[in-house]
Design a protein around this ligand. Structure first.
Ligand code: SAH
Ligand code: SF4
Ligand code: F3S
Length: 458
């Protein structure tokens, strides 16, 4: 693995200054997971570093970049739809640069399709192109021709990329990139490459900066944070990293995602129990409640092992809550398998389930499996599981009444009320004014209104 450091590209800044009379504007839209959102923030940072401003409407933009997600077909179709809608803008303004980057652009068949059928898309690069974006723009502007990169895997970690964050109090902090797990349904290992961790020193330095800048909720990111540290020179693991970060003084909460159940250790649970800075809510995607399907998915744990972990956490961490991702309609999933998943979800009492109808991904083993499930069956199962999710959500709201929760306040609801989120991402509204924004405050939960909680400052 190669470690690289971003450096300012003065040539690119000069080319941008010569090309445009006033600073050009970039519209960057990210799809998909938090990792991608964080990449989008870095893309904006890099563009600003060479003289761009940012804007949030395509009509104003000189550069439009879609930072895409490939995890499900639906996500890809949406991007093609949105790119297609830009054709008219390009006709009106031939100088407009339209770009597609991120996970979709890391697949050759997608780049081929963009090359052949979307001639007005003139900049394409994959997930590892952010630091090279200034040089690519120079190519595009100088040559006056389209610049489309054929995806290659780079196996590098780039440090010190400039960043323009979306929020002033919630921040994303990647601790590792890529994934080595190859769950049979998933495209991520193919587009994001092999697992590679940032060093504890680099993570700590960024973390300290975030705390100094006043960020109150810092979410550590990785496709499987539990395998953090593999391949690094110094011997370390995810729990060690958490303990290291918690030595930083300040008023903040740490969250993390995603934690793969096969590698979630008791040491990790003990660490969450011991450290006040660690949020007592764990996102632990189970994917299915059927052992047979879990095996077909290549997940490397059983339902019983998952339950053991949940029970251990409940014993060690008072009030701990869980959320999960669940795929319905994986190839070969029978009504019986699905019924087991429904029951299992109820037993775990998830605070939130993210439910995904299985989507065939070209190049993954599951796409070739027999017994693909009908779309109608997938939708029907997704709806049944969503109903359980709704019931569990209501139960979670009810069980929170009377408790004291730490709430990170965000914005006013009106002149007299503020809202924020507590541990399991439940919305809480209290009497209060904008001064509460970006503070973590203990709130006594007093009641429920519609799908959120009411409370009073404790
Ligand atoms: N690394 C994380 C998940 C990243 S992808 C983990 O292992 O938990 C986010 C979620 O998308 C996955 O948890 C899974 O539920 C869903 N997903 C991934 N591939 C999918 C596919 N082909 N069809 C439907 N859902 C999928
Ligand atoms: Fe995909 Fe599995 Fe890796 Fe998560 S752990 S990104 S689901 S292959
Ligand atoms: Fe999507 Fe890429 Fe994330 S495929 S889920 S944006 S890693």
């Amino acid at each position: 693995m190669e470690k690289l450091t971003y450096t300012h590209n003065a040539d690119a800044a000069a080319v941008i200054a010569q090309t445009y009379d006033t600073p050009p504007l970039a519209y960057v839209r990210s799809y998909g997971c938090q990792q991608n959102v964080n990449d989008g923030e870095k893309i904006r940072g890099v563009l600003m570093d060479i003289g761009f401003g940012v804007c949030d409407s395509v009509e104003q933009a000189d550069l439009i970049l879609f930072n895409t997600c490939a995890v499900r077909e639906h996500a890809e179709q949406r991007v093609f739809g949105n790119v297609g809608a830009l054709k008219k803008l390009k006709e009106k303004n031939p100088r407009l640069i339209i770009g597609v980057c991120g996970c979709m652009a890391q697949q050759k068949h997608i780049v081929d399709k963009l090359r052949a059928s979307y001639p007005y898309v003139d900049l394409v690069f994959g997930v590892d192109g952010i630091d090279r974006l200034p040089a690519m723009l120079v190519e595009r502007l100088h040559r006056g021709k389209r610049y489309l990169e054929t995806p290659v895997e780079r196996n590098a970690v780039v440090e010190e990329l400039p960043i323009r964050r979306d929020s002033g109090f919630r921040a994303w902090l990647p601790i590792m990139y890529g994934c080595d797990n190859f769950c049979t349904y998933c495209i991520v290992p193919y587009v994001r490459g092999r697992e590679r961790s940032r060093t504890p020193a680099d993570v700590l330095a960024e973390f300290k900066t975030l705390v100094e800048q006043g960020y109150k909720e810092i979410t550590l990111l990785g496709q499987n944070v539990n395998s953090y540290g593999k391949g690094l020179e110094e011997k370390t693991d995810f729990a060690d990293l958490l303990n290291l970060l918690c030595t930083v003084p300040g008023d903040y909460q740490i969250r993390f995602m995603t934690s793969h159940p096969k590698d979630a250790s008791r040491k990790l649970i003990d660490t969450i129990a011991a450290q006040d800075h660690l949020c007592k809510h764990i996102h632990l995607p189970v994917q299915s409640g059927s052992d047979r399907i879990l095996k077909e998915m290549n997940r490397h744990y059983t339902v019983a092992q998952y339950m053991d972990l949940v029970n251990y956490a409940k014993e060690k961490i008072p009030g701990v809550t869980f959320s999960s991702d669940i795929i319905v309609g994986f190839p070969g999933e029978t009504e019986e398998d699905f019924a087991t998943t429904l029951e299992f979800a109820k037993k775990c009492g998830f605070a939130k389930m993210h439910i995904f109808p299985y989507s065939k991904r070209k190049g993954t083993p599951a796409a070739e499996m027999p017994d693909q499930v009908d779309e109608a069956v997938k939708s029907e199962r997704a709806a049944r599981l969503a109903k359980v999710d709704e019931e569990l959500h209501q139960q979670m709201l009810q069980s929170t009444v009377g408790k004291v929760e730490e709430v990170l306040f965000e914005q006013p609801v009106d002149d007299e009320h503020m809202e924020g989120l507590c541990g399991p991402y439940l919305r809480v509204v209290v009497p209060g004014t904008a001064e509460l924004a970006n503070t973590i405050v203990k709130v006594k939960i007093t009641g429920i209104k519609e799908d959120f909680l009411l409370g009073e400052l404790n």
